[in-house]
Design a protein. Structure first.
Lengths: 407, 263
C-alpha cells in the first residue's frame, strides 16, 4: 500500500519550554487504522497536530503523499482539506449555532457552491447518523451526538486521512463502541484513520498497527498483539495488557500451545479454547446468518420477516442500519462486533440476522468465510431477500441449554 | 444548563416549522397595534388571543408561561401603583392626607390612564413573548440577513450566541466547585470566590477563544460563516389567519379610535 503520511525524525520544542517530541519517525499507509497509545503528556496530541500542519516541527520533516508539507497558507489549506482533524472536546470544535451551519463550515470555506455544500452536509450527516438534526443547536445535543457533529464537520470536507484525538473520551461504553464502529465504517469506505487513546481494550481489536509513545519517543510500533503483548513496554507506558491477550499469554505459560496469531476477539478465544479441548465441546448443527441490505429491502417486509422467526437475534452494522432497526422497532441484540457475535451464535446452533448497508454486505460473507476456512466449521450466510423460503429453524435458547445438559 | 430556556422552548414549540416571517409579522404587527391603540380594549383582546394561541395550538406549558409572565407582571404592578398617584385629571375618587403637607389622591383620569398603560404593557409583552417562544434565535439570524443587516455583524452574533452556552456551562461548573468547598459561606469569602470565578472564567474563555481559532483553521477558514437557509416556505395556511387576525385587530382599533374622537 502507498504511504500517505510520513514523519522523518521530527522534533518539537514548545516555545521557551520542554521538548515534547524527541525524534519520531514513522509512516502511515493509505487505508490503515493506526492507534497511537501512550500515557498523558507523552506527546500524542502534539504529534497528531503535526499531521495537518497545526504544529510545525522544530526539526525533521513531515511528508504528505511523499511531498514535504509546506507551511504557507495555500498549502496548509490544501493539506487540511485532505487531513481532517477531530478535536478531543467537541464543544471546542463546534463553532456554529446550528448543526447544519457547523457541518457546512468546512465546505463553505473551501469555496464550494451552495448546492455542493448542501450535498456534502447531507452526506456527512448521513454517514454519522444525524439526519434531521440540521436545525438543532449544539447545546441541546448529548455528548455522543456532539462528537458525531464534530466528525461530520470534518467528513464534509471529504478528507483522505482522519485524525482523532481521544475519540472515546467522555463517551459512555456503548457510545464508545458505536464510535469505534463508525471509525471502522469510515475506514471501510477508504479513509485512513489514526486515533490517539489510552483505552487499550478498544484499540487492541480495532487497530491494524499500534504505536506506543512515551515521553516524546516511539517505544514500540507493531501489530497490536505484539505491541500490547510486551509487558515491559506496557508497564513503562502506564498501560495495561488487553484482557484477551493476557488470557492467551497465561494459557501459553501453563503449557497450552497458543497459535501464532493471538486472539483479537472473543470468537478467536473460543476457537483457541475449543482446539485445546480437541473438539470435546458439543456443537449442534450450526445456525445460519442472514444478511439484509437495509438500502434495498422494503420497509414493511423486514419486521414481518423477523416476527415469523422466533429465536432469531438481530444485529446491526453501521449507522443507517441501526437507524432502520429503531424505525422498525426491532430490538437489536448486537451493535458492535456484530459479525463475530453472530458467528458465535451460529456455532451454538442459533440463527441471526445482520442488518447492514451497501458494501458492508460483502464484508459479512468474507469474514464468515475466513473464519470457516480457519476453523473448519461450516456456517451459511444467506441474503435475506433470497431467504424467503421456509425459515431454517434454528434452535431456541432453551433447546440449546437442554442439549448442553443431557439427562 | 438553564432548564427552561426561552430558546429551548422555541425550539420545541409546535410553531417551530412555521416560516419565521409569518411569526414575526404576527408578533410585531400586534405589538404596533397595541402601542398605538388609544383604547385599553385592543391590547387586552390581543394579549388574551395571543396567550390562548401560545397555550393551545403552540402547546407552551401553562406553568412555564405563567412563570414567564410573572416577572413583567410584578414590575408593571409597582409602576401602576406609582402612576395612579402621579397622574391627574377628572374627579378625585380617593384622597389620602396622613399629614398636612402630604396629599395623595387618585383621580378618574389617573385610573383610565393607568388601565390603558396596564393593558398596553400586557399586550406588548405578550406580542414579544410570542416571537421569543416560537422563533429560535437561529431563525432570527436568517431573517436579519434577509433584511440586510451586515453579514459581519450577524457572524459575530452567531459566534456570541454559541459561546453564551459554553461560557455559562463553564461558569456554573466553577460555581458548583466553589459551593462544594463552601466558597460562599461568609461575605468576605463570597467576594473572594466571586472574583476568582470571574478570573477563571476569563482564562477559560481566552483558552476557548484560542481553540476556536484552531478549530476554524482546521477546517480551512476563509472568512465564510455558512448560513442555515433551510427555512420552510411561507404557507398560506398560517399566513392567512395571521393577516385576518391583524386586519380584525386593526378594525377594532379603528372603531375604538373613531369613537374616542367623536366623544
Amino acid at each position: 500500500m502507498k504511504v500517505i503520511l510520513e514523519a522523518r525524525d521530527v522534533r518539537y520544542r514548545y516555545p521557551r519550554g520542554r521538548e515534547a517530541i524527541k525524534g519520531i519517525s514513522f509512516h502511515m499507509r493509505r487505508g490503515e487504522k493506526i492507534a497511537l497509545v501512550g500515557p498523558n503528556g507523552a506527546g500524542k496530541s502534539t504529534l497528531l497536530q503535526m499531521f495537518n500542519g497545526m504544529i510545525r516541527p522544530t526539526s525533521g520533516a513531515m511528508l504528505f503523499d511523499n511531498t514535504p508539507i509546506q507551511y504557507d497558507t495555500t498549502s496548509l489549506r490544501q493539506l487540511r482539506k485532505r487531513v481532517g482533524y477531530v478535536l478531543q472536546n467537541p464543544d471546542r470544535q463546534i463553532i456554529a449555532p446550528t448543526v447544519y451551519q457547523d457541518v457546512a463550515f468546512g465546505p463553505a470555506n473551501l469555496g464550494y457552491d451552495e448546492q455542493t455544500v448542501r450535498q456534502a452536509v447531507a452526506l456527512a450527516l448521513r454517514q454519522v447518523g444525524l439526519e434531521g438534526f440540521e436545525r438543532r443547536p449544539p447545546h441541546q445535543l448529548s455528548g455522543g451526538e456532539k462528537k458525531r457533529v464534530s466528525i461530520a464537520g470534518v467528513l464534509a470536507m471529504d478528507p483522505d486521512v482522519l485524525v482523532f484525538d481521544e475519540p472515546t473520551s467522555g463517551l459512555d461504553p456503548s457510545g464508545s463502541e458505536d464510535l469505534m464502529e463508525l471509525l471502522d465504517e469510515l475506514n471501510h469506505d477508504g479513509k485512513t484513520v489514526i486515533i490517539s487513546t489510552h483505552d487499550v481494550e478498544l484499540a487492541y481489536p480495532w487497530a491494524d498497527r499500534a504505536i506506543l509513545i512515551l515521553d516524546g519517543r516511539i517505544l514500540q510500533e507493531d501489530v497490536p498483539d505484539v505491541a500490547f503483548g510486551n509487558s515491559d513496554h506496557i508497564r513503562m507506558a502506564h498501560l495495561s495488557v488487553p484482557t484477551l491477550l493476557e488470557l492467551s499469554q497465561e494459557l501459553g505459560r501453563r503449557g497450552f500451545t497458543q497459535p501464532e496469531r493471538k486472539p483479537r476477539s472473543v470468537l478467536d478465544m473460543i476457537h483457541i479454547i475449543e482446539n485445546l479441548l480437541h473438539g470435546s465441546c458439543r456443537n449442534p448443527a450450526p445456525g445460519t446468518i442472514s444478511v439484509c441490505n437495509v438500502d434495498e429491502e422494503a420497509t414493511s417486509s423486514l419486521s414481518a420477516w423477523v416476527k415469523t422467526r422466533p429465536g432469531l437475534a438481530v444485529g446491526a452494522m453501521g449507522t443507517r442500519a441501526k437507524q432502520r432497526a429503531s424505525q422498525e422497532q426491532l430490538t437489536l441484540e448486537f451493535t458492535y462486533g456484530v459479525i463475530d457475535k453472530c458467528i458465535l451464535r451460529a456455532l451454538r446452533g442459533q440463527d441471526s440476522l445482520i442488518l447492514t448497508t451497501g458494501s458492508m454486505v460483502g464484508r459479512v460473507a468474507v469474514r464468515v468465510e475466513a473464519y470457516c476456512r480457519e476453523s473448519g466449521n461450516i456456517i451459511s450466510v444467506v441474503s435475506m431477500s433470497t431467504a424467503e423460503q421456509p425459515p431454517v429453524t434454528g434452535l431456541m435458547d432453551e433447546e440449546v441449554r437442554q442439549n448442553d445438559h443431557p439427562h | 444548563m438553564f432548564e427552561e430556556l426561552l430558546d429551548d422552548i422555541a425550539q420545541n414549540s409546535a410553531f417551530r416549522h412555521i416560516h419565521p416571517g409569518t411569526k414575526i409579522l404576527l408578533g410585531l404587527g400586534s405589538l404596533i397595534i397595541c402601542l398605538v391603540s388609544p383604547a385599553p380594549v385592543v391590547p387586552l383582546i390581543s394579549g388574551v388571543i395571543l396567550s390562548l394561541v401560545l397555550l393551545i395550538p403552540a402547546r407552551i406549558s401553562p406553568l412555564v408561561y405563567g412563570e414567564l409572565l410573572l416577572a413583567p407582571a410584578i414590575f408593571t404592578a409597582f409602576s401602576i401603583i406609582v402612576l395612579l398617584f402621579l397622574l391627574g385629571g377628572g374627579d378625585v375618587i380617593w384622597r389620602f392626607n396622613p399629614v398636612p403637607w402630604i396629599n395623595l389622591s387618585i383621580t378618574t383620569g389617573a385610573v383610565e390612564q393607568s388601565i390603558l398603560v396596564l393593558c398596553r404593557v400586557f399586550g406588548c409583552s405578550i406580542s414579544l413573548f410570542f416571537i421569543a417562544l416560537t422563533t429560535p434565535m437561529t431563525d432570527l439570524f436568517n431573517g436579519m440577513k434577509r433584511i440586510g443587516i451586515p453579514v459581519e455583524l450577524i457572524d459575530l452574533m452567531m459566534i456570541m450566541y454559541r459561546y453564551i452556552f459554553i461560557a455559562y456551562d463553564q461558569a456554573s461548573e466553577i460555581w458548583r466547585a466553589q459551593i462544594m468547598r463552601l466558597g460562599y459561606s461568609r461575605v468576605g469569602e463570597s467576594i473572594r470566590s466571586f472574583s476568582m470565578l470571574c478570573g477563571m472564567l476569563f482564562i477559560t474563555s481566552w483558552n476557548a477563544g484560542e481553540d476556536f481559532i484552531h478549530a476554524m483553521d482546521c477546517r480551512c477558514y476563509d472568512g465564510i460563516f455558512p448560513a442555515l437557509d433551510i427555512a420552510e416556505p411561507v404557507r398560506m395556511r398560517s399566513l392567512i389567519p395571521v393577516v385576518l387576525y391583524l386586519a380584525g385587530l386593526s378594525g377594532i382599533l379603528l372603531v375604538m379610535t373613531t369613537r374616542i374622537v367623536i366623544l
